[in-house]
Design a protein around this ligand. Sequence first.
Ligand code: NDP
Length: 325
Amino acid sequence: MQALVLEQAEGKTVAAIRQLSSDDLPAGSVTVDIDWSSLNYKDALAITGKGKIIRQFPMVPGIDFAGKVHHSEDPRFHSGQAVLLTGWGVGENHWGGLAEQARVDADWLVSMPEGLDGRKAMIVGTAGFTAMLCVMALEEGGITPESGEILVTGASGGVGSTAVALLSALGYHVVAVSGRQSTHDYLRQLGAKEILSRDAFSGEPRPLDKQRWAGAVDTAGDKVLANVLAQMHYSGVVAACGLAAGFALPTTVMPFILRNVRLQGVDSVSTPSARRAEAWKRVVKTLPASFYQQAALEISLAEAPSSAARLLNNEIQGRTLVKIR
Ligand code: NDP
C-alpha cells in the first residue's frame, strides 16, 4: 500500500510517498481501504512541519478519510461497509488517512450516513463537519435567521466556505470576511450576501464597537475574533473554532458583561458519537447539491505536500479533496 509518510531529518519534517505493508499499520480493530481523504489546515501544518502537530515519527498524516472496511474485529462493522472518520487524533498521533489503508479503533468510525458517498463525505471532511458544529452552537445559543446578520471569518477556507453554504441554506443572512478579492464571486455563489475585507477586522480591537452581528463563526482567532466580539449584538453568540490568524485572544470582559455575548468554543476532534451522527445527518440534509461541485479541488496523494504549502500560503479556496484510489 502507498502512504504519505512524514519523517524528521535535521529537525525538519520531510514528506514522501512510501510503499508500506499492511503489517506496518498501527494496532486497531478495523482496517479500512481508503478511497478519499482531504487536506485540512491541521494537515497542512503537519505535512509542512509549520505547526507542532506531530510528535512521533514516522507518521502518516491525514485527519480524515472515507473508504470501505477491509477487515473488522468489531461486530459493528463488516467488510465492504462504507465508513468515514474525522478527528480522534488520527493523522496526529495515530497513522491517518493519506494512505491506501488505515487501521483504527472501531469507536472512531462513523458508518457512512445515508445520502453521502466517500467523495462527498471528504468534500465536507473535518472542516465541513466543524462548520456544522458551529452552526449547531449558534442554534443552541438561540440564534435564528430572524435574529439578524451572521458573520463568517476566514470565509473562503474549508470551514468558512461550508459555514457560509450551511447558514445560507438555513435562511440566515450571511456576511463573509475574506482577505482575498479573488474569492468574492465564489463566496456569493455559496450564498454570502455581503463580503467584508479581513483588514477591517485586523486592527487593534476596542473593548466595544458598534453592534452589528447576531451570530458569528470565527475560524481566525486573535485580533479578528476580538474585533468580532466587540461588534456582537446584545446576547449574540460567537462559535470559535480556529486560529488561522493566531491563537491569542486580545479582548476584554466587556462584550460578555455588558452585552451578554456568548463565546462558544467548538472542537471536532473529540465530539461524542451521538453528536457526530447528528451533525453528519444535518450536513446531508442541509448542503445543496451545488456545494459539492463548487467547493472542492481534487488532487492526488503525490500532490498533497505542495497543496499543503499552498493552503498555508492562503492560495486555496474551499476544500481540497485527495483521491487515494
Ligand atoms: P483553510 O486554510 O481552508 O481556511 C482558513 C481561512 O482563513 C483561509 O482560507 C483564509 O480565508 C483565512 N485566513 C488565512 N490566514 C489568515 C490570517 N492571517 N488572518 C485571518 N484569516 C486568515 O483552513 P480550514 O478551514 O481547514 O481551518 C480553519 C481554521 O479552523 C484553522 O485554524 C483550523 O485549525 C481550525 N479548525 C478547527 C477545528 C476544530 O475542531 N476546532 C476543525 C477544523 C479546523 P480568506 O482568504 O477568505 O480570508
